[in-house]
Write a protein that binds this ligand. Structure first.
Ligand code: HEM
Length: 379
């Protein structure tokens, strides 16, 4: 039921949102041009949060302008609290959790998140009803089409039906919107941060991205289109290579539905297994000199013959990531916009990154970069 909500035409609508938010991000970054190194992580996260709010719920929360909004704070608090709880067995029992300060804060934050989503769903459901009424009152299509309404995932969910024509229930919808909100911004933000770091510390690769951007956009400051994205092949390979070295979801779990053999050892059916993509992606056979950042590994001719499961940043099989096309598009649009404007430099060494794999693989000490303006044409 959910897969059609990620179809091509709605993704095209979302590119507009991504362009808008990327342009705001560039405005925010302007103040760092030719200045001291700064940590870019919060800027990227807030931009990704604005993109997901508008695309998932159709709501512009303006996180980039106001990082102190109650909703934005609750999203962050909740991620921290979930990670703390994962690491602290005494916080696991649901009955005991509210007796701890963390538990009480968890429920307070959850209430803020749910009431925000509740209100948005109620508004959208009402809008949908009004539209249906208008249609039955024979309001001319031309009048409606004059107000181009931007669709959100939520609109699609309200209309989604299964094979028997049944619609999703209210709680199902809220759960999906909340899932998109969390799965859909932290992952993408982390991927963009790692890619920025890797390009900043590999000027040769960054130069290739700049050349490609110049070929596609020249001096123009126009927004990025779907066709442009198809032409940005080197950037696409750089994004893939960054996700190889630093997969935003560094491991995922499965229960074996049938027994299997790994290097001669029998693993019985029913065993819970962890697939560690962070380690898998460093396999010497599939990726020689695995610690090296080489976007060229993903050129079609170089990737030919590689085992299809040697690289699984979005997992694989029937429960793989539903949002991967969305994520790639967002990364391409935002990174291309940043790199059309700036040269990025970094003096941070790999061993100063301290990647931590909690819910998401993130740089524990931030990503410190310096910016130089590329040209005035697109500012
Ligand atoms: C670079 C960005 C992203 C990465 C690396 C990523 C990675 C993953 C991975 C590895 C899984 C499988 C987890 C498992 O098997 O336990 C997954 C599932 C999922 N992802 Fe993503 N994701 C990204 C972006 C997104 C976005 C943007 C959305 C939504 C807008 C999204 C929505 C989902 C959902 C709903 C699932 C669960 C699918 C299911 O259980 O059938 N993800 N993602």
């Amino acid at each position: 039921m959910l897969t059609p909500t990620f179809h091509f035409t709605i993704l095209e609508d979302f590119l507009e949102v991504m362009n808008e938010q990327a342009n705001i991000l560039v405005q925010k970054l302007e103040k760092h041009v030719d200045k001291e190194p700064f940590d870019c992580t919060l800027y990227i996260t807030l931009c990704a949060l604005d993109v997901i709010c508008e695309t998932a719920m159709g709501k512009n929360i303006g996180a980039q302008h106001n990082k102190d909004s109650e909703y934005v704070r609750a999203v962050y608090r909740m991620s921290v609290l979930i990670q703390q709880r994962q690491k602290s067995p005494w916080l696991w029992p649901d009955l005991l959790y509210p007796m701890f300060q963390e538990g009480r804060e968890h429920y307070r934050s959850l209430k803020i998140l749910h009431s925000f989503t509740d209100n948005v769903i109620a508004e959208k459901a009402q809008e949908l009803k009004n539209q249906e009424q208008h249609r039955s009152n024979a309001v001319s299509n031309s009048e409606q089409s004059r107000h181009k309404v931007r669709r959100a995932f939520l609109d699609m969910l309200l209309n989604a039906t299964d094979d028997d024509g049944k619609k999703l229930g209210y709680l199902d919808i809220r759960e999906e919107v909340d899932t998109f909100m969390f799965e859909g911004h932290d992952t993408t933000a982390a991927a963009m941060k790692w890619c920025i770091y890797l390009l900043a510390s590999h000027p040769e690769a960054q130069r290739k991205v700049h050349n490609e951007l110049d070929e596609v956009f020249g001096d123009s400051d126009r927004n990025i289109t779907m066709d442009d994205l198809k032409q940005l092949r080197y950037l696409d390979c750089a994004i893939k290579e960054a996700l190889r070295l630093f997969p935003s979801v560094p491991f995922f779990g499965r229960t074996l539905s049938e027994e299997c053999y790994i290097r001669g050892f029998r693993i019985p059916k029913g065993t819970d297994v962890i697939i560690g993509s962070f380690a898998l992606h460093r396999d010497h056979v599939a990726f020689p000199e695995p610690e090296e950042f080489r976007p060229e590994r993903f050129f079609t001719e170089n990737a030919a013959g590689r085992h299809p499961y040697a690289y699984v940043p979005f997992s694989a099989g029937p429960r793989n990531c539903i949002g991967q096309r969305f994520a790639k598009m967002e990364e391409m649009a935002i990174l291309a916009t940043i790199l059309r404007h700036f040269f990025i430099e970094s003096t941070q060494l790999r061993d100063q990154l301290f990647p931590v794999g909690e819910l998401i693989l993130r740089p524990n000490k931030g990503i410190w970069i310096q910016l130089k303006r590329r040209s005035t044409s697109c500012s």
